[in-house]
Structures are given as C-alpha cells and as structure tokens.
Design a protein around this ligand. Sequence first.
Ligand code: FAD
Length: 299
Amino acid sequence: MFNTLIANSMPYMPKAFVGFFAKRYVAGATPEDAFSMTQALNSEGAMGTIDLLGEFTDDINKAKQTVEMYKLVLDNIKTKNLDTNISIKPTAFGILLNQETSTKYMTEVINYAYGKGIFVRIDMENHPYTDYTIDLYLTLSKEMPKSCGTVLQACLKRTQDDIKHITASTEQANIRLCKGIYKEPDEIAYNNRKKVQENFLECLELLFQKKAYVGIATHDDVLINGAMELIKKYKLEKHEYEFQMLLGVRSELRKRLLAEGHRLRIYTPFGEDWLPYSIRRLKENPAIVGSAIKGFLTC
Ligand code: FAD
C-alpha cells in the first residue's frame, strides 16, 4: 500500500530527489559516462548494450541528434575496443511524427553499425509499435544479415505467435526475451505475475526449439532457474544464449552468473533525459524509495 503510494507519486517528486535514487540505473549524462561504465563492466567480465535515453519525441531535430549521438557512440565503441552493442527505440527516432522518419533514421544507425561490425538491438516499446518493430527487424536483418535483433515481451498474449512468425522468416533469429515494462490492456496482455512467468518460460522454450539466439533478460529467480533447466534440457553451449540485466539491479546475481561462466550483458543507459527512464525503474521497485522515506519519517 505504502509502496503503491510511492510509485504513483514518483512523477511529482522533485527531480533532485528522484535523481538521488536513480543514479544506480544510469551511467550518467554524457557518452563518456557510458564508455567508462562499459569499461568497468567489461573488466568484470560482462558485456554491455548502450542506450541513449530520450524516447517518445515528436521533435525532428531531437531525432536527428539521436542519430548523430549513436554514430559518436559507435565510433567510440570501435576506437576504445569496448565489448558492447547498442539498443535503440523507435520513439526516440521520430515514430510519433511518422513511420518514414523513424525507419529512415533507424536504418541509418543500423547501417552505420553494420559497417563497423557492431550489433544493434531494437528495443520493444508499447503495443502500438509491436508490428512496426518486428517488421523493421525482419526487413533490416534480411538486407544486413545478423546486423540487428529485437525484443519480445512475455506479458503479451501474441508473443508465441510472433516467435513462430519471426523464426519462420529469418535464418537465425536474435531475440531478447523480457516480461515487458509497459502497462498494456487486459485484452492483449497478461496482467498477472504468475501467468507472465509461465508465458516467459514457454516462449523461451519455443525460442530454443526454433534455434534462436536469446538474450534472457530478467532478474526474477523463478525465470533464471527455469532458464537454467531449459539450457540443460536443450544441451546449449555457453555461446548459444546470454543473460541480460539492467544496470543497478541485483549486482549479486550479476556476480553469480558471471562466476558460473554464463555470457552476461548489462543494459547501460546514459543521457540528459534520464528522468522518465529512472521513474520507470523506481516504479518497478518503489521499496528502494519507500524504505528511505520510512527511515526519514521515523528518525
Ligand atoms: P521482476 O519481478 O520485476 O524483478 C525480479 C527481482 O529483480 C525483483 O524482485 C527485484 O529484486 C529485482 N528488480 C527488478 N527490477 C528492479 C529495479 N528496477 N530496481 C531494483 N531491483 C529490481 N521491457 C520492455 O518492455 N522492452 C524492452 O525492450 C526491455 N528491455 C530490457 C532489457 C534488459 C536487459 C532487461 C533486463 C529488461 C528489459 N525490459 C524491457 C524490462 C523488463 O520487461 C522488465 O520490466 C524488468 O526486467 C523487470 O522484470 P524482471 O523479469 O526482472 O522481474
């Protein structure tokens, strides 16, 4: 109850206050912050995926700046020899203006990355963009083989059908599987924790059966344990899948997965527009803010 209250009031809290708790989830405001964070992760044995914050833009100039900033990031990944790829979002490239704009700009970034041999993950946003994102992934991975992958969300009822469609349409699908962060309507989504967990493991098994390369993106022990069983069942080698986690979440799990020799990639966001992302992350775990407020009120 207290935590729900905290979660709902987060957008109205002072930026400096949210910033205090949000620091753990973002590398910093500048690309240099993302590079030094990636270097630190690499030295621990983890890989990265760098994300420039700033989504849902309807400003064409901002979309163009996003293209330029990603090119700078890609140049630096190469020159600094960082073990990381990048993650990009359609709404940061102007899809709110029109699809042609975001397709043009995302293609430009993926083409630039392809020239440097760097993989691009197209993140999955809320349901109005699901078809668009899958279609763009399939088109670009045909034109530029193995240049990019996308994300599927276990909360969506359509996801098993999407897996069948994607794996029938491309040689080796490259999919990040996650629960899904967006609040979606009951008609199209499971809004029940247990059902999402069940669907996650069913989707993961289907992806393994279809020989997709999967980024298993979760911090949930039920899903990590379930994934380990499926990895054993399908006798997968360590290079045939990877785990993925968010920066600032469950560092003890990160250490354990690395110690066990699994490939592990950390989502590493940076940028001036850190507030909406941080609020989303804090809402997933309002207990972090809640316990600090409780401590403050009782002292
Ligand atoms: P949860 O049940 O939410 O978390 C399990 C445990 O992890 C919690 O009990 C808690 O201990 C810890 N934990 C989880 N979140 C936090 C937090 N914010 N702060 C502190 N502790 C926490 N969603 C999309 O819709 N589209 C995407 O493209 C996308 N990309 C992602 C990429 C990566 C690498 C990851 C890891 C997640 C991504 N997500 C994306 C978000 C995802 O859908 C979930 O919302 C998020 O991962 C939380 O789900 P969970 O499986 O970790 O389970």
